[in-house]
Structure formats: C-alpha cells, structure tokens
Design a protein around this ligand. Sequence first.
Ligand SMILES: *Cc1c(COP(=O)(O)O)cnc(C)c1O
Length: 495
Amino acid sequence: MELIYRSTRNADETATASEAILKGLANEGGLFVPDSIPALDVSLEVLAQMDYRQVAYEVMKLMLTDFTEEELKACIDSAYDKKFDTPEIVPLVKKAGAYYLELFHGSTIAFKDMALSILPYLLTTSAKKNHVENEIVILTATSGDTGKAALAGFADVPGTRIIVFYPKNGVSPIQEKQMITQRGANTFVVGITGNFDDAQTGVKKMFSDTELASYMDRKGFQFSSANSINIGRLVPQMVYYVYAYTRLVADGTIHAGDKINVVVPTGNFGNILAAYYAKEMGLPIAKFICASNDNKVLYDFFATGTYDRNREFILTSSPSMDILISSNLERLIYRIAGNDAERNAELMRKLTSEGIYTITDDMRAKLSEFYGGYATESETAAAIQKIYESDNYIIDTHTAVAAAVYDKYVSETGDHTPTVIASTASPYKFTRSVMNAIDASYDAKTDFELVDALHQLSGVKIPQAIEDIRSAPVLHKTVCDKEDMLKEVKGFLKI
Ligand SMILES: *Cc1c(COP(=O)(O)O)cnc(C)c1O
C-alpha cells in the first residue's frame, strides 16, 4: 500500500514519498508528514541479526513506499559504505551507566551524515522517478553541521547545486573551516550577519515564494531542502534507533519487547522526532528525553505547554542546538492536534506573528512520553569532565548536554531503564570547548594544537575530516546581510 504524505498546514496537499523528498517543504510553509506510520514487518529478534544496511532497508521500505527494492537498496549501499570509518556504521558503547550511540563516524563527523550521506541518492532517484528536468538547487540553512554534511553529500552530484547559509559568528572554528574549504563547482557557502533562526527563516521564505518558484522554473531550476524539514532526512534517522535497540537485544542486555529510554540533544527537533516515529513503527521506547542547552525553549514548552520564542538568543558551546524555532516540533504539534492541519496552521500563524502559542490541555496530555530537560554551560562542561574522569571517554559538547540532562532525569525520577544517548558529534569538531571543559589551561593553544592534545588525551584517532582541513585553502568568502540572501542565490545561479 502506498504511504501518503500530507502537509501539516493543508489537508488537501498530498505527496508520495519521492514527491515529498523533491519538494522538501509543502506549500504555505507546511511540512510533509506520513498519514500513518506502518508497523515493522520483521521481528526485533530478526532485525538483531542484521547489519546496518539491512536494518536500514527494513525501516525505510515502510516509509518510502514508492521506491522499488532495487532503488532503495542502491541508495542505502551507496550511502553507508567506506565513507564511515567503522564497519558498524554507528557503534553503541556503554559508558558511565548509559549506551552512547556514536552517530559521528561519517565523513563530516556529526550525526547529520547519517541522513545526508543518503539524501543525495534519494533525491536524484526521486527526480528520475518523477521525470524532473530542472536542475535541483539544494537550499540549506545550517547551525553548523548540516551545512558541511550536505556539502559533502551533494558536491559534484550531477543535476544538483547546493547553497548553504550559516550564521557568520555562530559556528565553531572547525565547523566554519570545514564549510568554507568545500570543493565542488556546484557548491556555494555564504555566511550571514544573523543567527541560525535568521538563516532558516530566510530559506523558508524563498521556499514559499511561488513567484520565485515559477521564475526559477523558467530558468531551469527548482529548490529542494537538505534541512530536517525534508522527510528524506527524517526517515534515514529512524533507522539508527531501531539499530541501537536491536544491538541491545543481540548482546543480551534486553529482551525483544523490553522498553528503553532515549536521550537526544535537541535543536530543530528532527533527531528526536525520528525516534518518536521509530516508536510508532513498533520500537519499544518508554521516554523521549529532550535535552536543550541555554536556549531552552523546548524545556519550557514541555513544562508549561507554551512555546515562546520571544527571548534572547544565546550563543553556547553547543552551537548546533542554538535554535529558538524548532521546525520539526510542528510535526508533533500536528500529531497531538489529532492530525488537524487547520488547528496546527493556526498555532503556527501565531508563532510567526507573535512568536508564541499555547497548546490545549488535551494536547498536552499526549506528550506524556516526553521529558524536557536542559543543561547550562557549566553543567555541560562538568559532564564532559566527569565522563572523562570516570571512563576515560571524551564526548562533545552536544552529547554532554544530553549526558547532563540524563543525570538530572535519573536523580529526579530514579528511572534506571536502559538508556541510549544519541551522541551527535565527534569531540574533534568542538575541540576548544571540549578541552577547556577538561582543563581551562588548554585555552591558550591554537585550534590544531588542541586537536593534537585531544588525540593525546583520548587516544582516539584524529578523523580524516580534521586532517583534511588542516591545510585546505579557503574557497568560499561570501558574507551577506540576512536581507540579501535571495540576491546571493540569484547571483550564484546567474539568473
Ligand atoms: C543538528 C545537531 C543537533 C540537533 O539535532 P536536531 O535534529 O536539529 O534536533 C545536535 N547535535 C549536533 C552535533 C548537531 O549537529
């Protein structure tokens, strides 16, 4: 049976999976959501015997029903290969009383690689299936990690161009260097004078500009998205939760059917939503622990039922979570509103016009599986130091937010259910903050001295992604005002 995707803001707008991937965003700013989530049709015990690629196929085939088996397997095999520095693709390691799911073994050393190494294949397959003649322009806003992962995935992919907007002063030095050294004639990287929300709002505006869309079409281009608003990002992210669970079954930690908790360091709410979708598919998850940094708009939302972005935007040591408008929360709001596009659209209009909305008590009651927590900067640093000292294991700042929130959760609830923590980035991506957390005297060193120091301390091999940028020339120097994003897009496309 074909799974239909529908806009969260207009019940009449539907798409097949491949159409939804191509479009990225629905009209009127809506997001595509599946009408239902099909149940896994292979048992958890059988999945426990499979490798990552096989699990990926079993999960993704249920969500991308208009792809043939051959097409989907080709996408999966091209994505999850030697680009990952371990054959397991995502190792699950037990440290300090939790299971860390290391999602950072791909080519850009953040979890965004999990989806963005397959998205280009899903997208070009979708274009072929739908007889698209236009060149596809991937328009991306990044808080630091999506940008590089999307650039790496789409560089030199025929029939595509990729444009990335990042907050000029809102990413780590390594994140910036990774992006501005990107090769590939079809790539364009622009720093904006603004924050991530400004970049995301500017990109969404271009997406929903119908006049621009028809102008682009006349010139032989159409937009698509590599942000987690694209269902082609979320579906591959469901896979690793199923994979993690079934590894715990395989090693005897749990029996198939036992519940686990997951902790997800959250920004745009894409990663944790993928876990929620995995549960709907049949994965036994008890609690979704949503971890925020000082930009704790989600913590407040879960605590009060009011989403309020009217607050100061704080730059933290976990920049990929410095977000006040968590786009994918809309998909959850739509769900708890009873899949009611009108009710959802009304709340989203409020978010746009007033920056605030409140859900009803009856919607709130449907959020009982979620626990919101946050960690301050000092709590985050303390978590890095603590796990380094207890387990000689060095985690990055985002993962540390999750670890700190998990500690608070356990002391508050006494819940010792086996717990998977999504480890979203390699510490090598945020070396300065990580090393300072261990010992403040490291701050005197240069970025690459810190890389070497981290290597000495952890014994973990320096990832190729870091070696690559040590001496790479800067190829992208454009910086623009947030008002001028469209001008930059037109300039790059020469239209
Ligand atoms: C993107 C990112 C996050 C946040 O993930 P969302 O899906 O946006 O909630 C957390 N940590 C790292 C390292 C990231 O790159």
